[in-house]
Design a protein around this ligand. Structure first.
Ligand SMILES: Cc1cc2nc3c(=O)[nH]c(=O)nc-3n(C[C@H](O)[C@H](O)[C@H](O)COP(=O)(O)O)c2cc1C
Length: 179
């Protein structure tokens, strides 16, 4: 497992080669099995292959044009209704204060990284993209306002082998017994 974690990179250049659906489903299976607080499983995933829709998603992602070379986007969405089931109206954005929003983002992020690691395991490349705002991304995919888009994962076969990016030293992040 640590070898897989060590050799994973964010991939921003992809081959034109398509990704088989059974591989995409295998990735989402790894997400389905992720842990979540109280087993609430707040995650949903929208598979996007259409060039037209990918183009719109690129535009709201600060026009990061490299994204388009990925043949598949997986839009990863957290649903607050897994925690708030009252029939109250909820409209989420980057400034929403709800504790439940933090919890669903936390849980969905675990599932997303399962996908990234399983992609690496299957010889696929991926990159998290979270540089967008809810108000702009949601309408493109008809996502209701009580859902929160955590990221777009770009997915495909890598056509680059990036060097490892720096990380903090282990001593900088470990505390023993207390802060
Ligand atoms: C929450 C999140 C958001 C990110 N958003 C972007 C993004 O919008 N564009 C991009 O090129 N990379 C994005 N990245 C990738 C990071 O830049 C990358 O993970 C980091 O530089 C470390 O490089 P590595 O993944 O190759 O180890 C994002 C990563 C995370 C976890």
């Amino acid at each position: 497992m640590l070898e897989q974690i060590k050799n994973r990179r964010s991939i921003r250049k992809y081959l034109e080669k398509p990704v088989d659906d059974d591989k995409i489903i295998q990735l989402l299976e790894s997400a389905r099995l992720a842990p979540s607080g109280s087993n609430t499983q707040p995650w949903h995933f929208i598979i996007v292959k259409s060039e037209e829709i990918r183009q719109k998603l690129v535009e709201v992602s600060n026009n990061q044009k490299w994204m388009l070379s990925a043949p598949v986007f997986i839009v990863c969405v957290a649903d607050i209704r897994s925690r708030i089931t009252d029939n109250i109206e909820i409209s989420l954005n980057e400034n929403s204060p709800q504790l439940e929003l933090k919890q669903i983002i936390r849980d969905t992020s675990i599932a997303i990284e399962h996908i990234v690691l399983e992609a690496n395991n299957l010889g696929l490349g991926a990159c998290w993209v979270a540089w967008f705002i809810q108000e702009e991304i949601r309408p493109i995919l008809n996502i209701p306002s009580d859902k929160f888009v955590v990221c777009i994962l770009t997915l495909g076969y890598a056509s680059e082998s990036p060097k490892d990016r720096p990380r903090k030293k282990i001593e900088e992040i470990i505390h023993r017994e207390s802060w």
